[in-house]
Structures are given as C-alpha cells and as structure tokens.
Design a binder for this molecule. Structure first.
Ligand code: F6P
Length: 343
C-alpha cells in the first residue's frame, strides 16, 4: 500500500439503472469479499435514490445467502434524476459521510458511472461494475446480464419459430435494446433469422424486406423470422404492412421484460462474482474513479472518464455473416441448386 492510500473501513454497494440477471451475484461478491477483507459493508436500496433517502442496511454474510441464482436485484434499483443535480450529489455525499462509507461500488451502466464520477470528485472512492443486458458499455466486452438475456431471447425465438413454421407465417420478434442491437444481432445469428433490424445500422428498407419474404416463399421456405431491436420498434404496424404486401400471414411478438428476468446463466454468475470481488480489491488498494471491465480475455479496470469517452461499434463482420447465413445465401445461383436440403 502506498503512503497516500488510506485503509478503507466501510464500503457501500448499490445497483442502478435497468436490472440485469447476475446483479445479485455481484452484490453477494462485494458483501462477502468486503467482509473477508475486514470492511464493514452497507447495502444501499433502490440505487442512488436509496442513498439520498438513507435506505441503507449493514450487510452480513447471511444477508446475501441464497441470492446467487436469483434474477433481478435484491437491493432494488432506480433511475435517479436527483443525482444529476448538485443538491442530489451533496446529499449523497452527506449520507455516505454519516454512515462512514468511504468507498462505493456502483453496479449499472454509463448513466450510473456519471453519478459515481461526481461522488468521486467529492472524495468518495468509487468503482463501477458494468451491469446491463444491452452490452452497450464501450470499455468492456462483457456486461452483467447480457448472457442470460440473450439466451432467454434465443430460446423464446426458437419457440416462435416452431409455430411460425407450422402455420407458414412470417414472424417479427422484437427484442430489447433501445440504443443497442447486440441482443438482436446475436439472436439473428443464433436463431438463423432471415432478417435483423438494428438501431446502429438503420438502413431499413421495407420493400427489400418484402421482396426477400416473397423470394423465400417462392423457394418453398415455410417461415420468415425477422428479429427487430426495440430501438427500431414499430413491430405491430410493420407486421400489418408486410402481410398486406406479401400475402403471408405475419405476426409481431414483443419479448419485452421477460428478457431482463430469470436465473442468471453460469457465465453471468461467475463473471459478475469476479467483477464484484475485483471492485472490492480496487477500493481496498485505495483506488477510485475506476470501472471494472473484461477485455481481450482479461478482467481489468479503466479510469471512469476514459471509459465514458470510449465508443464501441457493433461488429460489422457479425452483421455481414448474419446476413450471409440467412436468405442472402439463396441469392446465388449455385446455392439455389441445393436449397431444398437447406430449407
Ligand atoms: O436494461 C436495458 C433496457 O432493457 C433497454 O434495452 C431498454 O430500452 C430499457 O432498459 C428499458 O428500461 P425501462 O423500461 O425499465 O426504463
């Protein structure tokens, strides 16, 4: 430990923004690893709102028993507008000081890190842990909850595909992702969708979509699956127009919040646990303004501002293969010859 570093005696943990399966594993890790390191650990309810309203409980190892396999977050979560104001920040700092909370683990997305950064400027040591099903945090290739959510969506789309095929229908399946198409793209590949609509690559051409459906139908394909990201939206009206133009019965299914719930996958439990422990280690080392990340095969951490300034692009190669593995494959003459086996 360097001379300037002070030993942190008490830390707090909160979950903020949209909940994500695996957040409980991260909370459990922060509590148990913190206790192991001799710290007092406080659980803060309902994100920053609970901090401002002093909804704080001292956590013992038993408080986090049996939560590893649970979806959601036992601490509750919220999107807190007050943390965007100087008064909100001042109040949060006041409460931290009252409870002796010198370090704070914030499990959430970019918006949550902005609040954390402001607390750090007021002397509270903070470490962010990436928690969102959207996978849209630039500094990391893994975010808590994505693996569970994308598997939930994949399984649901498989089921819709069964009935779609039996009834020879077109199905538009809307998955979560207001600004990010990772769930849509991964499902596009994993479910073998004929079309995928992503908010990042909004070159939506309904006539092209309609032509593809008619082409595939003519070749004897019994269903047409379109995975649509929430950020593109309008699935129900799209379905009506497609049905009118193609004559193929078309249904819209919006998977919605079911993607945010459910028991976390093994990957989400293990990665979330690892990240929770790493956040505690960073605080124990006297670090602040850090965000935990998983990149290039390693768990690591970044400066919050550096992390917030990063951008990431949805993989163009994955977009390309998603397309080449679906209907576009049948566009080539040779491929059309063995189409019967592939359908
Ligand atoms: O958690 C991420 C996310 O699910 C986005 O995909 C979605 O746009 C948003 O949260 C919706 O959250 P809420 O309706 O809870 O504000």
């Amino acid at each position: 430990m360097k001379m300037a570093e002070k030993k942190i005696k008490a830390i707090g943990v909160l979950t903020s923004g949209g909940d994500a399966p695996g957040m409980n594993a991260a909370v459990r890790a922060v509590v148990r690893h913190g206790l192991t390191k001799g710290m007092k650990v406080f659980g803060i309810k309902r994100g920053y709102s609970g901090l401002i309203d002093e909804e704080i409980i001292e956590m013992k190892a038993g408080n986090v028993s049996g939560i590893l396999s649970l979806g959601g977050t036992v601490l509750g979560t919220a999107r807190c507008k007050e943390m965007r104001t100087p008064e909100g920040i001042a109040r949060a700092v006041e409460v931290c000081n009252k409870y002796g909370i010198e370090g704070l683990v914030v499990i959430g997305g970019d918006g949550s890190y902005r609040g954390a950064e402001k607390l750090a400027n007021e002397g509270i040591n903070v470490v962010g842990v990436p928690g969102t099903i959207d996978l849209d945090i630039a500094c990391t290739e893994y975010t808590i909850g994505f693996d569970t959510a994308v598997n939930t969506a994949m399984e649901a789309i498989d089921k819709v595909r069964d009935t779609s095929s039996s009834h020879e229908r077109c199905s538009i399946i809307e998955v979560m992702g207001r600004n990010a198409g990772y769930i849509a793209l991964w499902c596009g590949i994993a479910n073998g969708a004929e079309d995928v609509l992503l908010p990042e690559k909004y070159d939506y051409d309904e006539q092209k979509l309609i032509d593809n459906i008619i082409d595939n139908r003519r070749r004897g394909k019994t269903h047409h699956i379109i995975v649509n990201a929430e950020g593109v939206g309008h699935s129900a009206s799209m379905a009506r127009r497609i049905e009118a133009a193609t004559g193929m019965e078309t249904r819209a299914t919006i998977l919605g919040y079911m993607q945010r719930g459910g028991s976390p996958t093994c990957k989400d439990r293990v990665y979330a646990s690892t990240m929770g422990c790493l956040a505690v280690d960073l605080l124990a080392e006297g670090k602040t303004k850090r965000v935990v990340s998983y990149a290039n095969g390693k768990f690591r951490d970044y400066d919050i501002n550096e992390a917030l300034a990063m951008t990431k692009e949805i993989d163009p190669y994955q977009i390309e293969i998603c397309s080449s593995l679906s209907h576009n494959y049948y566009k080539t003459e040779e491929a059309a010859l063995d189409v019967d086996e592939e359908l």
